[in-house]
Design a protein around this ligand. Structure first.
Ligand code: GLU
Length: 304
């Protein structure tokens, strides 16, 4: 008999507002994948971006997950309680990190010039202004991680939904921020440190984060962390084709709704979006139907 393959997944919402159809889809996909693999499902509140946190949104999200029958394993973690781990990672990266004194404005200006020279994609790239030291008169603001110098450093991975994905982080990203000018930890660093510390084996999240994954793989290598498997599900768009979010008009999850409303207006639409055409008249029945349906869907795609 072969031992079961360990599986630890997670849902990692930023507490910027209540759950909505878009974030419910991400939560549901990661929950279904964990259940279909007989694995654990952790919840981590990604509250490092102090400017975007909304008071009470974390508790609201957790209550919504429980209303939907998505019970996490172990204790919920909050990134703001884990900053010692990010400090330790930064110390480990010390030789690859440098202070940057550029304002957003200066980067935007130089990106406009780069874009004119190299095409639209260059607008993402940090031009390397402070790489060789702060220019006279500049004060350190953010901390940036050195990425390999030109001509190229391609990082690729096999996404379970999208297939092979790759990005040249030298040409398409450049040196990226690990601690922000306002002192907050950057998402890229915190997420990698936490996924590593929590032993996450499988990351299932929205495809809006596909182009963050190569940066995260790069950081995992520098920190000596294993690479998890990745599956990026499609993101829900609004009528204008924008990613659904509170800002783009998503309806907030109603924690007062009864089971029939939850099924009709939240769970079944989210499942349909993922390609799971199930019927259910109770929340327990919904999960009994969707867990095997998810496994079938992924097996058909060769991605289980
Ligand atoms: N906190 C991120 C978000 O809410 C998700 C991070 C992740 O799943 O890696 O968009």
């Amino acid at each position: 008999m072969t031992a079961p393959v360990p599986y630890i997944g997670r849902f990692a919402p930023s507490p910027t507002g209540p759950l909505h159809l878009g974030s419910l889809v991400a939560a549901m996909a990661s929950y279904l994948d964990a259940k279909a693999h007989g694995g654990q499902w952790l919840v981590r509140i990604e509250d490092v971006d102090g400017d975007r946190n909304v008071a009470g949104a974390d508790r609201h999200i957790l209550a919504s997950l429980q209303r939907c029958g998505m019970q996490w394993d172990g204790d919920v973690t909050w990134q703001t309680q884990r900053t010692a781990l990010y400090d330790a990672a930064l110390a480990q990266l010390a030789d690859s990190v440098y202070p940057c004194g550029c304002s957003r404005r200066e980067i935007a200006d130089s990106q406009t010039r780069l874009a004119a020279q190299h095409g639209a994609n260059a607008s993402l790239v940090y031009p390397g202004t402070c790489r060789a030291g702060l220019a006279p008169g500049k004060v350190p603001r953010a901390l940036r991680l050195r990425t390999p110098v030109a001509p190229a450093h391609v990082v690729g991975f096999q996404d379970r939904w999208h297939g092979w994905v790759e990005q040249d982080i030298t040409r398409e990203v450049g040196d990226f921020v690990v601690r922000r000018a306002d002192g907050f930890w950057a998402y890229q660093l915190a997420v990698v440190v936490d996924d590593g510390a929590q032993g996450i084996t499988d990351i299932v999240r929205g495809a809006d984060l596909l182009d963050s994954t190569p940066r995260q793989l790069y950081l995992q290598d520098l920190l000596g962390l294993p690479h998890p498997r990745y599956l990026h599900v499609p993101v829900v768009l609004n009528d204008a084709g924008e990613k659904l979010s509170k800002q783009t008009g998503a309806a907030a999850f109603d924690n007062g709704a009864g089971p029939a409303d939850l099924l009709a207006h939240a769970l079944l639409p989210a499942a349909r979006f993922l390609g799971l055409h199930v019927t259910a008249d109770s929340i327990a029945g919904f999960w009994q139907a969707t867990v095997p349906a998810w496994e079938r869907l992924l097996r058909e795609r060769g991605a289980f």
